[in-house]
Design a protein around this ligand. Structure first.
Ligand SMILES: CC(C)(COP(=O)(O)OP(=O)(O)OC[C@H]1O[C@@H](n2cnc3c(N)ncnc32)[C@H](O)[C@@H]1OP(=O)(O)O)[C@@H](O)C(=O)NCCC(=O)NCCS
Length: 177
């Protein structure tokens, strides 16, 4: 999937030159504290370029709907967030949808708008469910999962050795509009 267009956003593949904008997402504590321990908080633009380079190189080898994408505002062209779909460790059976927005872009419905477009595409790729996981105190992520139509399925510590709330989305959970 190269790109998706929504009313306000473009979801597209990452480029190494997105490093400055990406650092405003993955280099800030307010976002990074909720991400997987493996990702951590990116220290500077040079490190961000290396991360993006790895993502760009990985992308063609990831079996759809797996991948990582940037969220761009169509009106300003600025990159405000990222989206990912990956297999959850350690069993690598469940597909996880994740979202990250720079804090200045919170509170506008961008995660749900971009996420909905991505999952509609993902469900054309021979999958019938997607999961999202969030720490119990990550109220914003939990609210976004619910806004997307995801159903709460329970709490687990099987992923990442963290106590996490688990949400699941099936095609029938999406609204018809
Ligand atoms: C999780 C995260 C992406 C949610 O961001 P968000 O902006 O709250 O997400 P949403 O797209 O669901 O937006 C909902 C907010 O926009 C408001 N909003 C404004 N216009 C809207 C619209 N057109 N549609 C929907 N919501 C709208 C809602 O009222 C709500 O605001 P509120 O939280 O003040 O009640 C963000 O907090 C983040 O990046 N967190 C750190 C990373 C993280 O935890 N990711 C999840 C685990 S990977």
């Amino acid at each position: 999937m190269k790109q998706l267009i929504t009313a306000r956003l473009l979801v597209r593949e990452w480029e190494v030159d997105d490093a400055a904008a990406a650092l405003a997402i993955y280099g800030v504590e307010k976002v990074a504290r909720w991400l997987t321990p493996a990702m951590g908080e990116v220290a500077d633009e040079a490190s961000m370029r290396l991360v993006l380079q790895a993502w760009v190189e990985d992308q063609p080898n990831m079996l759809p709907p797996r991948g990582r994408w940037a969220i761009e505002r169509r009106d300003t062209g600025e990159v405000i967030g990222g989206l990912g779909i990956r297999l959850l460790p350690p069993y690598e059976e469940d597909l996880e949808l994740s979202w990250q927005l720079r804090p200045e872009a919170w509170g506008h419905g961008y995660a749900v708008e971009a996420g909905e477009a991505l999952v509609r595409w993902a469900f054309t790729q021979e999958i019938d469910e997607l999961f999202a996981v969030a720490r119990p105190s990550n109220t914003r992520a939990i609210a976004t999962a619910k806004r997307l139509g995801m159903a709460w399925v329970g709490e687990t510590d099987k992923y990442y050795n963290l106590r996490l709330q688990v949400f699941r989305l099936r095609p029938s959970d999406l609204s018809d509009h």
